[in-house]
Design a protein around this ligand. Sequence first.
Ligand SMILES: [Zn+2]
Length: 290
Amino acid sequence: MEIIRKGQRQDQGPVLELKEYCNEDGSTLPVLQFPVLEETGIVRHFFTTRLGGVSEGEFRSMNLSFTRGDDPAKVHRNYQRVAAALGTDEAHLVLTYQVHHTNVRRVTMADAGKGTIRERDWNDLDGLVTNERGLALGTFFADCVPLMFVDPRHQAIGACHSGWRGTVKRIGRVTLRKMREEFDTDPADVICAIGPSICQDCYEVSADVAEEFIRAFPGREDSILIDEHNGHYLLDLWEACRITLLEEGVPEGNILMTDICTCENPELLFSHRACKGAPHGNIGGFLMLR
Ligand SMILES: [Zn+2]
């Protein structure tokens, strides 16, 4: 399958690689991965695609939602495939419950399996941090921005969901500060990934959304908004997230920026905008300390 990549990054080669894991039945599980994160040697991570699962119909095929009417047995099999590719099992995944707020929680092995094999005891959690090996953090997207954080010095990780509401409230900063509080993480050490999500060309927003960004990022509006002069703006969530990470002290060279837009790759990825209101699944972002 041909992947559409954003042109301005072609000089650097692909930032995200398509990698294929082998499923238990011999089929393949295609995922997107930042090679730089894997090269740290301390984590396993990837973003799932629509492909490589067992769900059917509108959920075809790598659906990770139990709440949209898919057969739960198929969703479990999808999670088992994801977990196997990470080198673990379904009981060692822990999932967010995303509501576009900025709550970030430290999770431990006591939370393993929450969201997959047992109930979550949270209902408003857009970010997770941990320093436990073998506990895989799971977050979900269909145009919203996945952020991942790896602190090699303290062997700690974080993952969060940054939609426009989370981005304007700087959930990237909240996650970094939670890692500092819990693990003494210094942003200067952290490698951050801004994962596959909607690009500025595809993300038209209303004036009231643009106004929130102008208020939240004073002096930076020209970097993140293009006025279309028709009451709408094009919003660059990737750059707004990058600015937030830089403000907190993450070195520019430590920020990995997606070169793949969800909306421009609807055959490969789930995109809310590309589906135009039709039912769709989510991409999962998974990150685990080895
Ligand atoms: Zn796009």
